[in-house]
Design a binder for this molecule. Structure first.
Ligand code: FAD
Length: 459
């Protein structure tokens, strides 16, 4: 207790805003993961404003060997912000400046607390585009998306966050400032340290500034919604569309349970009697849109699409995407808790994954709403559950393990975009071999010898 008091007193001396009441610490110790049985909460919450503030916190954390857990909006779903061992929460909401948008370089320099959706809107004013779009981009931050290498619906054509980070300014675990690159769109100068930090879940360094690549904003876009009577037909259509060498921006998916659950809570005229819905977004120059749409419509019809609707204006476009983005919120209305997962397989095994997850959930008596960025081979099973029902919770744990076993068997991995955090660390060995895991542990030790940066996350 004495040490904690000293820690807080040191923090208050050096930093502009430190919260330490029980209520404040509790409020910042949760994220969107629904992790059960975490006994600890943060010792203090520090609102940083500059890189120097971050360096000061690191110095104090090293003195007391206290964990530092960076926090953006706390929307990750794997427990990456949970304070399992107490520690200092670094809150970046005051480091939220867009420092530069350069049309000439097609890059932007931003602080980690910038909200992703705001950033996208800002660059679009210049005719530019930043594609990573996790469904909750209205609240999640650049720092969080870098740390999780977030993706979203547009990953199929445009990739994920890792494809857009060209330089990072990072405060290391010993308080130094490290730069991973420069404001250039290519870099073959030494090891690619930037790629180590992207997706490292705040375990290797603290991002205080990022230079991001931008691309030209597509002139036009529209979404085609295709309904199918079977999941297998829908999955077959995904591959058939791709085989046409057309490059849709997104190929997303909702199963019957997801369609029905969303329609109940966000009525968007979805067809609730169909087994599967594909959302295929096409974009590009206006003159190419009808050409792309025609090819897609023909393919969908030949793959037994039961009903096809295309958006004709922004209102229709936004309505269908808002429905898709609401899926987790809608599932959360069914039971006190909802879990979402993120498994990904080579596309050729997608149907086996989707049908296999359904079977596993049926076997354990669990409801599942499945959505996913199926163009990438990625599926998000969302399972409504009551964590206070111990018997249901243990069935869920068994189902979750079997879903990961199936994913591994199908040549997949445990996350394409959500990360590992606490939620999946006990399963990572199923897909990453022990040699690779050993190298990962050594990398962690090199960057963070005192194990103060978000300790024990990932493995
Ligand atoms: C409804 C819903 C839908 C979602 N849909 C998607 C989706 O479609 N695609 C997708 O990819 N994800 C999705 N997610 C997951 C989530 O949006 C992402 O993980 C998000 O990018 C996290 O951002 P955040 O600001 O909330 O980060 P947080 O949750 O606050 O933090 C995430 C990680 O980043 C670290 N971190 C934060 N800031 C820094 C920093 N400055 N330096 C170093 N580490 C830092 C934290 O320590 C933590 O490990 C969804 C989540 C929800 C709740």
């Amino acid at each position: 207790m004495l040490m904690k008091n000293k820690l807080i007193s040191d923090l208050k001396k050096e930093l502009p805003c430190v919260l330490d009441t029980l209520e404040e610490r509790y409020a910042y110790s949760q994220d969107a993961s629904n992790i059960k049985n975490i006994k600890n909460i943060a010792d203090a919450v520090v609102f940083v404003e500059t890189a120097e503030d971050v360096q000061n916190v690191v110095r104090i954390a090293n003195k007391y060997k206290t964990p530092i857990i960076c926090r953006g909006a706390g929307t990750n779903v794997v427990g990456s912000c949970v304070c399992e061992h107490g520690g200092i929460i670094l809150n970046f909401s005051k480091m939220n400046k867009i420092k530069e948008i350069s049309c000439e370089n097609m890059t932007a320099i931003v602080e980690p607390g910038v909200i992703l959706g705001d950033f996208q809107k800002e660059v679009e004013k210049f005719g530019l585009f930043y594609p990573p779009d996790p469904s909750n981009l209205a609240v999640s931050t650049i720092g969080g998306s870098i740390a999780q290498s977030s993706g979203g619906a547009k990953s199929f054509k445009y990739g994920t966050t890792k494809d857009y980070v060209i330089d990072l300014k990072v405060v290391t675990a010993n308080g130094e400032i490290l730069r991973t690159g420069a404001n250039t769109i290519k870099n073959a100068t030494g090891y690619n340290l930037g790629s180590l930090f992207v997706g490292s879940e705040g375990t290797l360094g603290i991002v205080v500034e990022a230079t991001l690549k931008l691309i030209p904003k597509p002139e036009c876009k529209k979404v085609v919604a295709a309904y199918f009577d079977t999941v297998s037909d829908a999955v077959q259509a995904v591959n058939a569309v791709i085989e046409q060498r057309i490059y849709p921006a997104t190929i997303d998916f909702m199963d019957k349970n997801a369609i029905q659950t969303v329609e109940k809570f966000y009525p968007a005229n979805l067809l609730i009697n169909k087994d599967a819905l594909l959302l295929i977004e096409i974009d590009g120059f206006e003159c190419s849109l009808a050409y792309q749409e025609n090819i897609i419509l023909n393919v969908l019809k030949s793959c037994n699409a039961a009903e096809i609707q295309s958006s004709h204006n922004d209102e229709e476009y936004n309505k269908i995407w808002t429905a898709r983005r609401s899926s987790m919120g809608a599932c959360a209305q069914l039971k006190p808790n909802v879990t979402t997962d993120d498994v990904i397989v080579p596309r050729e095994n997608l149907a086996k994954l989707v049908l296999g997850i359904r079977e596993i959930c049926e076997k354990y008596g669990l409801d599942v709403c499945m959505v996913g960025h199926v163009g990438d081979g990625s599926v998000h099973p969302q399972i409504p559950i009551d964590y206070n029902n111990e018997e249901e919770y243990s069935r869920y744990k068994l189902a979750k393990g079997e879903i990961y076993d199936l994913t591994a068997k199908l040549g997949g991995i445990l996350s394409g975009e959500h990360g590992i955090g606490l939620e999946k660390r006990g399963h990572i060995h199923k897909v990453i071999n022990s040699v690779a895991l050993n190298y990962m542990r050594q990398i962690k030790k090199t960057f963070d010898p005192n194990n103060i940066l978000n300790p024990y996350k990932i493995f």
